[in-house]
Design a protein around this ligand. Structure first.
Ligand code: COA
Length: 456
């Protein structure tokens, strides 16, 4: 028998193997329906049957989209290895160029200018006043000693002062640092959203005359339980887990500590020198160098954002929830699969999204506002808080964060109308990876220019 005869035989013909057991099914193309069943389970196209002695059938190459091939695990592994190698090189280059810049002690100076003056900590302690004011207003409303209108005025006053008071203090006190201001303002913003939800939910409960409402709204402990659990939406009975899982708790705690150190280290070692090197092209308005710097910053900025996401939404929120036996752990959903911008915003920060839906979006829809206007209003509110959290600590009003958030509305429209599937997903990723460093560089540049001008 000739070589050719051997090669063309149906059983001896060698086929490519993939990494999975699905791939092994391709080794015997002649076993007909069984093989095709197995391939169908793996999402692969059926093997075409052929006559004895034929070695060619009508079929697409694996890398053509028409081939129906879906097992790209090996390519994914290759991407991860390439990513690892590229970043190992970047890491080495960074250390050779700058040496070790990581300094955990320096972090303390970000929070404290003067060791005898702790304005941010005092601001956080004072926030208890607003919690108690909301609680006592609700107590009066529950027993009927004040009217609904008086209650609404008191709550509105409380919420307005809650936003104005820390702003005024931060802008007037010189010993408070931008990082200390950001943390305390973040806590005040969370408190604003929680107390707004507390006010709305208790009013809804009074409206439907739930008996439990009177008892629970007067409890100090339940009020503080709500303040500490990782949710922004109040309800009379939160779902509770049956016990505290110690191993789960310790794992989350270790993750929190490790990732916190990693975040600080990456910012000191990677972000700070990149930003410092970006100032010259920005001052000289050298456009091509500006783009190059922005793309250079995009990589560490994106890694830090991803680590922050895991640290905050998985490790920290789960840690607090486990400790307080808070049962609802849906802090994020699969935002990484977003094919539209609105899907991303509805799924990456679920506590904020739930608050927006329950206390702002649905009430607007119920009042007859159309969907587009209601969504725009939500993004306007979100833009306000983003700007508030950046401008006040930096004591510099530039509106880049506001514009960035507001731009999400036209971006969402463009992506949902012109892109879908993988293209939509890529557009969402690009907007995250590129959008953030642009905003960061804008603020850093303006901060640098303002402070350099004032010091010269
Ligand atoms: C604006 C926003 C709330 C829109 O969310 P969305 O999910 O795209 O909105 P949809 O129109 O699809 O509807 C959402 C919900 O409202 C409900 N709804 C729709 N029309 C309604 C109506 N007329 N009356 C009452 N409810 C209605 C829907 O049933 C849906 O409920 P479901 O989720 O339980 O199914 C969301 O994009 C958002 O939260 N944006 C801001 C996020 C943000 O700023 N995050 C900051 C993170 S740092």
């Amino acid at each position: 028998m000739s070589d050719l005869d051997h090669g063309s035989g149906p059983v001896t013909r060698r086929r490519r193997k993939t990494l999975s057991s699905c791939g092994a099914a391709t080794a015997q193309p002649t076993s007909g329906s069984k093989v095709n069943e197995k391939r169908a389970k793996c999402g692969q196209s059926p093997v075409k049957s052929r006559a004895e002695g034929d070695c060619h059938v009508l079929q697409e190459s694996l890398l053509s989209s028409a081939s129906g091939y879906s097992n790209y695990r090996g390519i994914l592994n290759w991407c991860v290895i390439m990513l690892g190698l590229t970043n190992a090189r970047l890491c080495l280059e960074n250390i050779i160029k700058y040496g070790i810049l990581v300094d955990p002690i320096q972090v303390v100076s970000l929070f404290l200018k003067d060791p005898y003056s702790w304005p941010a900590a005092c601001l956080i302690i004072v926030s208890n006043f607003f919690i108690l004011a909301a609680l006592y207003t609700e107590r009066r409303l529950a027993v009927g000693t004040i009217s609904e209108t008086t209650g609404l005025i008191l709550h509105s006053l409380n919420l307005t002062i809650l936003l104005i008071f820390p702003t005024a203090l931060i802008l007037s006190v010189t010993s408070i640092t931008p990082v200390g201001s950001f943390v305390s303002l973040g806590i005040y913003t969370v408190l604003f959203l929680k107390l707004y939800s507390y006010k709305d939910t208790n009013r809804w409960c009074r409206e439907i005359r739930q008996a439990k409402a009177k008892r629970l709204t007067r409890s100090h402990s339940y009020m503080y339980y709500f303040i500490f659990v990782p949710t922004l939406c109040y309800q009379l009975n939160f779902p509770r887990s049956s016990r505290v899982r110690k191993r789960f708790l310790i794992r989350r705690l270790l993750e929190m500590l490790f990732l916190m150190q990693l975040l600080v280290g990456l910012i000191q070692q990677w972000i700070v020198p990149t930003i410092q090197n970006s100032m010259k092209p920005f001052q000289e308005m050298d456009f091509s160098r500006m783009v190059e710097r922005m793309l250079k910053l995009a990589v560490p900025n994106h890694f830090i954002w991803l680590i922050f996401f895991y640290w905050f939404f998985h490790s920290s929120m789960n840690f607090v929830a486990e400790l307080l036996q808070f049962g609802d752990r849906e802090f994020y959903r699969d935002w990484w699969n977003s094919e539209t911008v609105t899907y991303f915003w509805s799924n990456w920060n679920v506590p904020v999204h739930k608050w927006c839906l329950r206390h702002f979006y649905r009430p607007l829809l119920r009042k007859g506002t159309n969907k587009f206007m209601a969504k725009t209003a939500v993004f306007l509110l979100s833009a306000f808080f983003h700007e508030y959290l950046v401008s006040v600590p930096l004591k510099m009003f530039r509106f880049w964060a506001f514009m960035g958030m507001l731009l999400q509305v036209p971006l969402a429209w463009v992506v949902s109308h012109y892109l879908s599937g993988n293209y939509g997903n890529a557009a969402v990723w690009i907007s995250i990876i590129i959008g953030q460093p642009v905003a960061v560089l804008m603020y850093v540049h303006d901060y640098y220019v303002t402070h350099n001008e004032s010091s010269t």
